[in-house]
Design a protein. Structure first.
Length: 140
């Protein structure tokens, strides 16, 4: 991974075989980014996308393998229990231009991923909601 900073905006490049979520979490922790948003594109060969089932209050994820383009990645950066918390969604497409999307659970770069990370001054935490079954934004 390499990056360049422009005030509160970071342009980040992930390299082949890097896992996107773990790399991004480490990047945010190292650079003290605890509030912000992420957008990106790239190429992956393994990606897990999920959907939250409201009735069962659980994520159902499916791992896809093969060549995929990240046609859109977006999400936010907050904290939970004092640690960086990423909430990312992605849409990927295959060679036949079929698209798959949902909550991004993991992704491994097959060539590269290009991300824009915007850091916002402030803190927004998350707290688990028993009623909903999700880690909801908590404004302090």
């Amino acid at each position: 991974m390499e990056f360049k900073r422009f005030n509160n905006v970071y342009v980040v490049r992930l390299d082949k075989d890097e896992e996107l979520i773990e790399t991004l979490k480490g990047f945010c922790a190292t650079n003290q980014i605890i509030l912000g948003w992420v957008s990106g594109i790239g190429a992956v060969n393994r990606v897990a996308l999920g959907l939250f089932e409201t009735k069962t209050k659980r994520y159902v994820a499916e791992e896809l393998t093969g060549d995929f383009e990240i046609t859109s990645l977006s999400g936010n950066i907050t904290t939970m229990n004092g640690e960086v918390y990423l909430h990312l969604h992605a849409t990927v497409s295959d060679l036949q231009h079929k698209t798959y999307g949902g909550h991004l659970t993991s992704a491994v770069a097959s060539a590269t991923a290009e991300l824009i990370v915007v850091s916002v001054e402030g803190v927004v935490d998350r707290k688990f909601s028993q009623e909903i079954g999700l880690n909801l934004l908590e404004f302090c």
